[in-house]
Design a protein around this ligand. Structure first.
Ligand SMILES: NC(=O)C1=CN([C@@H]2O[C@H](COP(=O)(O)OP(=O)(O)OC[C@H]3O[C@@H](n4cnc5c(N)ncnc54)[C@H](O)[C@@H]3O)[C@@H](O)[C@H]2O)C=CC1
Ligand SMILES: O=C(O)[C@@H]1CCC=N1
Length: 266
């Protein structure tokens, strides 16, 4: 696949690393205004760095946009004359809706919105996808790309904001949970490196139990909680202190914020 990433910053670089590691490219154009920060990607086979978005568009079929929302409109206007029937437009940009993209480049384009997270760099992104009417014909291509870089779910566009909180911001929420369990493990006597190892692999194992077995989390909790044992003692103490409630309230606060970001910027 001839892919271009327009705007190779945090997310764009993570996608690039995932595509390179998974051999998912014929050519990969990476664009950025200043190429210094992505020089480390230059040595890879078939990876080309450029500041020229138009050149990258002309040479590629799949265009993944990973710039900040404020830059998207001008870049779309610049590249619009060079779009042809071969192109699939994939936008990762938060809060930029399909009708806004259609208004700039036309509803006859194949337009897909993708909401990945930074775990895409290690092939473990939970990526939500939606498309315009025409883009439905190319959704399978986007699924094929992002399934190589983790797991995908096609959703209606109306759920993209919620998906951003759960999956993209979700990486930060999980990092904080892993850090907190690491701190507890240090207090219980492990050195910092060991403590993080225990926290990371325990959380990976817990998630994999659900992924592999398809169980509800409480079913797995029931297997661990010995009556009058230490697990239920700790679990109930966490709930008395508001663990579930605080997570839910935090995610709802993120959702309220994401719905107001655009209004605040105006
Ligand atoms: N960071 C994350 O976890 C996620 C971010 N997003 C969305 O992805 C987008 C990018 O986010 P980040 O990577 O964090 O931002 P970033 O600021 O790190 O990256 C944007 C890049 O675009 C480049 N750029 C600016 N103007 C350009 C132009 N005219 N031509 C080519 N490149 C240009 C900048 O140099 C920068 O490297 C945002 O719209 C964000 O909402 C979506 C999902 C997750
Ligand atoms: O924090 C943010 O607003 C963006 C959207 C999801 C990840 N980063």
């Amino acid at each position: 696949m001839k892919i271009a990433i327009i705007g190779t910053g945090n997310l764009g670089k993570s996608i690039a690393k995932g595509l390179i590691t998974n051999n998912a490219i014929t050519t990969l154009y990476l664009t950025k205004r200043n190429l210094e920060d992505i020089q480390d990607l230059e040595g890879y086979k078939n990876v080309l760095l450029t500041t020229d978005n138009i050149e990258a568009v002309k040479q590629s079929d799949i265009l993944i946009f990973a710039i900040q929302p404020a830059h998207f409109e001008n870049i779309l206007r610049d590249i619009q004359p060079y779009l042809t029937d071969k192109h699939v437009i994939i936008s990762t940009i938060t809060g930029f809706l399909i009708p806004q993209i259609e208004a700039l480049i036309g509803s006859d384009q194949y337009i897909i919105r993708a909401m990945p997270n930074t775990a895409i760099a290690v092939g473990k992104s939970m990526t939500c996808l939606c498309s315009n009417e025409n883009g439905k014909k190319r959704l399978k291509i986007a699924e094929a790309i992002f399934n190589r870089l983790g797991h995908t779910l096609a959703i209606p566009e109306a759920q993209m904001q919620a998906a951003t909180v759960v999956c993209a911001s979700g990486v930060a929420f999980w990092m904080r949970l892993i850090r907190a369990t690491t701190q507890a493990a240090i207090q219980l006597g492990f050195d910092a490196k060991e403590a993080q190892e225990l926290a990371m692999y325990t959380s990976e194992g817990a998630a994999n139990l659900l992924i592999t077995n398809g169980h509800h989390p409480e079913e797995e909790i029931d297997r661990v909680t010995t009556p009058k044992g230490c697990t239920i003692e700790g679990l109930n103490e966490m709930e008395h202190k508001g663990l579930s409630s605080s997570l839910i309230q935090g995610m709802v606060a993120s959702f309220n914020k994401i719905n107001n970001i655009k209004k605040e910027q105006i």
